[in-house]
Design a binder for this molecule. Structure first.
Ligand code: FE2
Length: 288
């Protein structure tokens, strides 16, 4: 079956049909998929009724896979799978007041995955195992085109500054305070440039992640806040964003080096949403 790649009518993304995602995928297909990811930054693979092992096998072709810092959200089947889900593995919906349910509300804030690491993620592969009948869309933003369109004063700032990315900042936003008592993890705080050159294409992208950036290096948190808000508001305009309404067995792979994403709300007390993510480690962000 020939591989079919169709650009989405959107600021980023293409649909890919004609292959099953697994570790021993046809090498020609894999090469075409790698190039398509560079060209489109997001790939949608519909009808992927694959196992967690196949998802991990395919994802691992792109590089080393991360293990998510939250032990509570790791799959017991494959530790490389992070369960972005309001349903326990025994099939029960969590209480909306539970730590696990509240933690997931952090996904509603725009972010690029793993920016709190020294080596953030190259890309993530998310499979929709169960989807709610309404809500729970994912929004993806093209940080190349957002960077290229930035007003001059913001471009001058992001070209010359780093930002502090902190895993605890997510928890501060979600819980209102640090939530160390819930889990133990290594210290995940990093400074990264606010723009980065794509390590393969060389194209510049804005590199910001609203749910992890606590401040701009050299400015106080208070001084940073209005500047960051202006950048986020600019970058997440509809003209840079693709909204994906999930169908069961959709897999989306996105390039974390030039996109960010956020999840729309849904009735998590009533509807089940089970999304399984594999996360590929990447490179240290550099702006050349
Ligand atoms: Fe994410």
């Amino acid at each position: 079956m020939p591989l079919e790649i169709t650009p989405l009518n959107a600021p980023l993304g293409a649909r890919v049909r004609g292959t099953r995602l697994k570790g021993d995928i046809n090498p020609n297909h894999f090469q075409i998929i790698q190039q398509a990811l560079l060209d489109h930054h997001l790939l949608l693979f519909p009808d992927q009724d694959i196992t967690e092992a196949e998802q991990v096998g395919f994802s691992g072709l792109f590089g080393k896979l991360e293990i998510h810092p939250s032990k509570e959200h790791r799959s017991s089947v494959q530790q490389e799978i992070y369960r972005v889900s309001n349903v326990n593995e025994d099939g029960q919906i969590f209480s909306v007041d539970s730590y696990k349910a509240k933690y997931l509300t952090g996904t509603r804030i725009w972010h690029t995955d793993s920016s709190f690491r020294a080596i953030p993620s190259l890309g993530s592969l998310l499979r929709a195992a169960e989807v709610p009948p309404e809500g729970g869309e994912t929004y993806f933003c093209n940080l190349h085109t957002a960077y290229e369109a930035l007003p001059r004063h913001l471009k001058a700032l992001v070209d010359t500054h780093c930002a502090v990315h902190s895993y605890d900042y997510i928890q501060t936003l979600v819980f209102g305070e640090k939530a160390h008592s819930f889990e133990q993890h290594e210290d995940l705080v990093q400074e990264h440039p606010m723009t980065r050159s794509h390590p393969v294409t060389g194209r510049t992208a804005l590199y910001v992640s609203p749910h992890t950036i606590s401040e701009i290096v050299g400015l106080s948190a208070e001084e940073s806040r209005p500047i960051l808000e202006e950048i986020y508001e600019f970058a997440t305009q509809n003209r840079f964003v693709y909204e994906h309404r999930w169908t069961q067995n959709d897999v989306i792979m996105w390039d974390n080096r030039c996109t960010m994403h956020s999840v729309g709300s849904y009735d998590s007390a009533r509807y089940r949403r089970v999304m399984l993510r594999a996360t590929v480690s990447g490179d240290s962000p550099v702006h050349r």
